[in-house]
Design a protein around this ligand. Structure first.
Ligand code: ADP
Ligand code: MG
Length: 448
């Protein structure tokens, strides 16, 4: 070992420099524990020993010999156990802080900032609430529960809080997870069994300063997930940590939500985000253009804002399609011609306006089966086929997790859902009858 070997050489030198008593009683009891940045740290077995070797005459001799064996600039520091422990703890904290900052910096979508968020009538209150929580975490609204339809900017705002905190409060441990991620982490910790992994889970979720959970509407009532969330929530809340939750609907409309969670959510601020009006849509399109460097004619902006629904994600999709069409023709600006072209098959994108409810109702209608049967346990072909088709359609037309689809179908396991989906998607390829059925239902759903 380099450090010990060097120290032995120092000792050999020191033996000739001090009295035998000083050497045996004090100097020989020192242990070299750390060397770096031109500093050698020596640990003394007691405070008395430390004070003894720190005495002027002795300390200089130690330094002199150390400098002969290490570098001519080496500083010597003598510590006792307590001091050394404190020092190590500080070093660890420093490393942890740097690590937290590094992780925080990388985990939020850089494009989703408050600066890039266009504020209009529909979202000004929610945006102000999120900003104020970002500026004063745990002091303003806690918990803050935001809700609103698909593509209205909830995820954007959560990341904006994350980005803001990474910049202004980098030492805070900020965690953003989707409900699905929270659930998977928990299920993993159960599956691995043993106390250890469960501790990992608790460590991760209960050591945060700001916890953000996206799409909480997918929280399931199985395997004690709500129970675990309840405890996580309480623990953080009692320790005055900030909690922000996003959902597509208010707590009172989340049917499978336990009452105690509902009341926890209600104890803070519940704020909705509404559909953007025309002016806001125009402003968002313009912002997007300048951000992405898109060049489009003024009337194109107007046209897109008028013709698209209120889902901003859809609107962005149409915009990039318009720009893409114009680039195919090597034009510098996208014109109305490109806009007409891009919006021609808008019906296809319109499907994101759909929800599971609509698909289930349409399937029930189409096959004349009841809703109870659709999600129930009956196994006759007349019921099973619509059920599997419905699963397939929901999976195909909406981007929701298999687990959540399972919930819609009376709490079926996600592997059952996967099986149904795979079966129909195979059929669609080889069986014209099924293909026609799927197309008919889809065109019903996409009619607008
Ligand atoms: P949600 O989570 O509510 O479904 P997102 O936050 O994913 O919606 O938003 C969808 C897209 O629309 C994102 O690309 C987001 O940047 C954009 N967006 C939503 N609202 C705004 C806004 N007010 N200003 C700028 N972009 C927005
Ligand atoms: Mg979202």
């Amino acid at each position: 070992m380099f450090l010990l070997e060097q120290w032995k050489k120092v000792l050999n030198k020191l033996e000739n420099e001090v009295t035998a008593v000083t050497f045996d009683l004090w100097i020989n009891t020192l242990t070299p524990v750390q060397y770096g940045n031109d500093e050698l740290i020596l640990l003394a077995p007691s405070v008395t020993a430390k004070n003894q070797v720190n005495q002027p005459g002795i300390f200089e001799k130690i330094t002199k010999c150390v400098r002969q064996e290490f570098t001519p600039y080496t500083f010597v520091r003598i510590t006792d156990n307590q001091e050394y422990e404190d020092m190590i703890r500080k070093q660890e904290e420093e490393i942890e802080k740097i690590e937290t900052e590094r992780v925080n910096k990388s985990k939020f979508n850089k494009k989703y900032t408050f600066e890039n968020f266009v504020v209009g009538k529909s979202n000004q209150v929610v945006c102000a609430a999120m900003q104020s929580v970002a500026e004063h975490p745990s002091e303003k609204f806690n918990p803050l529960f935001i809700y609103g339809g698909v593509g209205l900017g909830k995820t954007h705002l959560l990341h904006a809080v994350g980005n803001y905190l990474s910049e202004h409060n980098p030492e805070l441990n900020v965690l953003y997870v989707t409900c699905e991620k929270f659930t998977n982490d928990y299920v993993d910790s159960i599956r691995k069994g043993k106390d250890k992994s469960n501790l990992d889970f608790r460590d991760k979720y209960r050591s945060v300063d700001v916890l953000m959970i996206d799409d909480i509407q997918f929280i399931s009532n199985k395997m004690g997930i709500q129970e675990e969330f309840f405890h996580t929530f309480n623990d953080l809340y009692q320790n005055n940590k900030q909690i922000i939750i996003a959902s597509d609907r208010p707590p009172k409309e989340m049917s499978s939500l336990e009452e105690r969670l509902r009341s926890r959510f209600s104890s803070g601020l519940i704020q909705d985000i509404q559909e953007p009006d025309y002016e806001t849509k125009v402003a968002i399109i313009k912002k997007k253009c300048s951000q992405e460097g898109y060049l489009v004619d003024e009337d194109v902006v107007d046209f897109i804002a008028q013709k698209t629904n209120t889902n901003i994600r859809d609107m962005e999709g149409i915009l990039s399609k318009v720009v893409f069409y114009s680039s195919l023709q090597n034009k510098t600006h996208a014109s109305m011609e490109d806009a007409y072209e891009a919006l021609k098959d808008y019906g296809e994108t319109e499907k994101t306006n759909l929800d599971a409810e609509k698909i289930m109702n349409t399937v029930c209608d189409f096959f004349k089966v009841s809703r109870d049967d659709l999600i129930g346990k009956k196994k006759n072909k007349e019921i099973v086929e619509p059920r599997q088709l419905c699963v397939y359609l929901i999976d195909d037309m909406l981007s929701i997790p298999l687990k959540a689809i399972g919930e819609l179908f009376g709490g079926r396991d996600h592997t059952t859902i996967m099986h149904a989906r795979d079966k129909i998607s195979k059929q669609v390829k080889i069986n014209p009858h099924i293909r026609t059925l799927v197309n008919d239902i889809k065109s019903r759903l996409l009619k607008y």
